[in-house]
Design a protein around this ligand. Structure first.
Ligand SMILES: [Ca+2]
Ligand SMILES: [Ca+2]
Ligand SMILES: [Ca+2]
Ligand SMILES: [Ca+2]
Length: 346
């Protein structure tokens, strides 16, 4: 199954300032290459910034829907003022790394050194099967990767994910959530939930426990469908928070309450400050309501945002990257596209 993200409810105005009381973001801009906004084929742009070639300047890796591949744009500017020209596709095992693109996710890159050998590895979720593809890094400067294998998870080994809605459209990101020195996994899905898989192995030999829901006030944390959770200490208080992209193109901030706790403060939109309602799974009424609430404060068109966090301009403060999926008005072919926006923290 292949589909884009056709309709776009509401009117997009130029980027408004984020109204989150904790973090102020400047109006956004689209990342360009060769002087034009980078456009992901069939949308679902999924950004990740990392120094790919080891020259001290961070580079852009952007997943896209078409053929489920990821583009690597090497930074030809400086680390504090990135600039991009051409791209090559991310390689793994001697060919373009790819996942089967379906419904609402193409390649969704997340880099970390999961096996603790000093070389970055990369993963991507996908729509069906509950799989997270794991590409083991085998060289740096520039990075090289082995062919992808399915990341081992107990539910997969037991066959528990078959036909499970919860295990469709997995978006995974990694952080040392429990502060024991190894990477743990936080992941979203088609219904907008947010799950946590603790790494009960070691820094060199990962082993994921069965996933549990991250919660708010004791109930599962959710957004309005198709979640992309990014775990990060966004407000800088030393406790990991969640930024979660949604189908409604909102970004919901769940403030971490306590170090290592899987219970978070209720989610609020970073654009409006509105409390996340996150109704019935996949309910398009809820998605529409959330989009209406965003209104003109929604600083990009389309649906279904994928998040990245980086210190774009090297001022020591974390900035937000948003990849989207939308239908260009000037486009008669109904093909969707996606851009990557950067919102600098003020
Ligand atoms: Ca670089
Ligand atoms: Ca590694
Ligand atoms: Ca850990
Ligand atoms: Ca925090």
């Amino acid at each position: 199954m292949i589909s884009g993200c056709m309709s776009a409810i509401g009117v997009m105005k130029s980027a408004a300032q984020a109204s989150n009381s904790v973090v102020k973001l400047a109006p956004g801009f689209k990342i360009e290459a060769n002087g034009k906004p980078i456009a992901a084929d069939i949308g679902h742009a999924a950004p990740f910034m990392i120094d790919f070639d080891g020259d001290g300047r961070k580079d852009l890796v952007m997943g896209e829907f078409k053929e489920g591949k990821a583009r690597v744009y090497l930074n030809v500017g400086t680390d504090k003022a990135p600039q991009f020209k051409d791209f090559s596709y991310l390689q793994a095992g001697g060919k373009d790394a790819s996942v089967p693109p379906a419904c609402c996710i193409g390649f969704d890159p997340s880099f970390m050194d999961l096996n603790g050998d000093g070389i970055m590895d990369v993963t991507s979720g996908q729509y069906t099967g509950g799989y997270i593809n794991f590409y083991e890094g085998i060289a740096a400067k520039p990075f090289q990767f082995k062919a992808g294998v399915s990341l081992l998870q107990p539910e997969l080994e037991k066959g528990a994910v078959k036909d499970s809605h919860d295990w469709s459209m997995r978006t995974a990101n990694f952080i040392d959530f429990d502060d024991d020195g190894d990477y743990d996994m936080v992941w979203g899905n088609v219904s907008g939930a947010v799950f946590y898989a603790q790494n009960t192995g070691t820094k060199k030999a990962y082993k994921f426990a069965e996933s549990i829901s991250l919660t708010t006030n004791g109930s599962p944390a959710k957004v309005d469908s198709k979640s992309d959770p990014f775990p990060v200490d966004w407000d800088g208080d030393g406790i990991i928070d969640l930024l979660v992209g949604s189908e409604a193109s909102d970004i919901v901030f769940f403030k971490g309450k306590k170090k290592g706790s899987t219970n978070f403060e209720p989610g609020v939109s970073i654009w409006t400050g509105r409390k996340s309602t996150a109704g019935a799974a996949g309910s398009y009424q809820e998605v529409s309501k959330s989009m209406e609430a965003l209104g003109e404060k929604r600083p990009y068109p389309g649906y279904r945002v994928r998040l990245g966090v980086t210190d774009w301009n090297g001022d020591g403060k974390l900035d937000l990257m948003v990849g989207n999926c939308y239908s260009p008005e000037s486009n008669d072919s109904h093909a969707t596209s996606g851009n990557v926006y950067v919102f600098l923290r003020q």
